[in-house]
Design a binder for this molecule. Structure first.
Ligand SMILES: NC(=O)c1ccc[n+]([C@@H]2O[C@H](COP(=O)([O-])OP(=O)(O)OC[C@H]3O[C@@H](n4cnc5c(N)ncnc54)[C@H](O)[C@@H]3O)[C@@H](O)[C@H]2O)c1
Length: 349
């Protein structure tokens, strides 16, 4: 019988009400703080665990006094075992500038940090959502990248501390799920941008916006024909929240990103347009290990949750430029120091 495929059922976990208290590891960072904000707005209790190594307490200011919010300053590898229904693990440096400066910290956050959170999830019967990355696909030989692609990763290059520790974290999650029955899910984020990124974090959008606001030339690595796809933080965090608060999600691996692919040269022009005014582009050396192409296949998120990105790049860049400009006006644009030794995690143990 050639039976018809059943129409996929879109789950809406917001009506389920099963998840009430959520630990957000890495909640003081760019994406973590957006996630805390969204979860609090939906009435969840949030415990943010962060060592502030690449994050910033100012990101928590707007909900610091919310009685549903708690902040614990700690290394994720030594996170306290609190009674929670769900855990989101975002505690890892995410920008190449950060993780190339503190590679051991990065390896530890995604390995021993993930290990610790899995033990807490097991003890507390909580679900764990590991926030992984498109970097697990490395310099992909398959384009665009579906979740079934196993990747093309350099295990010893300068990015390996990030790529391989995320891959280890994913493997550990699946082992805990198989051996201990921990409810565990993975989201693989593709490039995300938006307000609360650090101007100095080295990622392409902050670097180009900062240069455009300074009136200096925009740095373009290599010939600028390498492509990326950029998802606005609002869309990314909405996708994360779907999976995190879904009481039925178990063993999911889901790409979250925006499939609209552009070259870095096109991005530079879009940023100049968003900032307004003339600007120049300066070609600088290509970063070693920089992938040529990146674009997510996002059908799984669409089928499971009816999720798709909704913020267009022009709108998202304008929003981000406004935030960077406001930061400067307030005199808060100073770089945040990222140093080895900000936490015990810098020391191999
Ligand atoms: N932003 C992106 O485009 C992107 C893309 C793919 C994946 N991700 C993933 O999303 C997560 C958040 O990224 P982000 O862009 O918000 O980065 P971020 O650096 O702004 O945030 C990371 C947060 O984790 C904290 N942290 C780091 N190591 C820690 C440790 N050992 N213990 C406790 N806290 C620790 C930092 O202080 C910071 O607040 C990361 O896991 C990253 O791998 C982000």
């Amino acid at each position: 019988m050639g039976g018809e495929a059943r129409a996929p059922q879109i789950r809406d976990p917001r009506s389920a009400g099963a998840v009430k208290r959520i630990m957000v590891a890495g909640g003081a960072g760019f994406l973590g703080s957006h996630l805390c904000e969204l979860l609090l707005a939906r009435g969840h209790e949030v415990v943010c665990v962060d060592d502030l190594s690449t994050g910033d307490e100012r990101n928590l200011e707007m909900f610091r006094d919310d009685p549903l919010f708690e902040f614990v300053q700690a290394d994720v590898a030594a996170a306290p075992s609190l009674p929670v229904d769900a855990i989101a693990h975002l505690a890892s440096p995410a920008s190449p500038v950060d993780y190339e400066r503190i590679p051991i910290h990065t390896l530890r956050a995604n390995s021993l940090g993930t290990w610790r959170l899995l033990d807490i999830a097991r003890e507390r019967s909580a679900a764990l959502l590991f926030v992984s990355t498109s970097e697990v696909y490395g310099d992909p030989l398959v384009h665009p990248q579906p979740e079934t692609y196993w990747g093309n990763v350099d295990p010893i290059g300068p990015r390996s501390c990030y790529d391989e520790s995320k891959r280890f974290g994913e493997a550990l999650l699946m082992a805990y799920r198989r051996e201990h029955g921990v409810r565990a899910n993975i989201v693989r984020l593709f490039n995300t941008y938006g307000p609360r990124m650090r101007p100095s974090d080295g990622r392409v959008i902050p670097a180009m916006i900062s240069a455009a606001l300074d009136g200096t030339s925009l740095p373009l690595h290599g010939d600028g024909l390498q492509t990326r796809s950029f998802c606005h933080a609002r869309d990314t965090v909405a996708g994360i929240a779907h999976v995190l608060t879904d009481p039925d999600a178990d063993g999911e691996v889901l790409n979250i990103g925006n499939p609209a692919e552009i070259t870095m040269l096109q991005l530079a022009h879009a940023i100049l347009a968003a900032v307004g005014g003339p600007g120049e582009i300066e070609h600088v050396d290509k970063r070693p290990g920089d992938p040529e192409r990146r674009r997510p296949v996002i059908e799984r998120m669409g089928v499971r949750y009816g999720w798709a990105p909704s913020v267009a790049l022009t709108e998202g860049l304008e929003d981000t430029v406004r935030w960077f400009a406001a930061l400067r006006k307030a005199g808060l644009g100073a770089p945040i120091a990222v140093t080895a030794g900000t936490s015990a995690s810098a020391t191999p143990s």
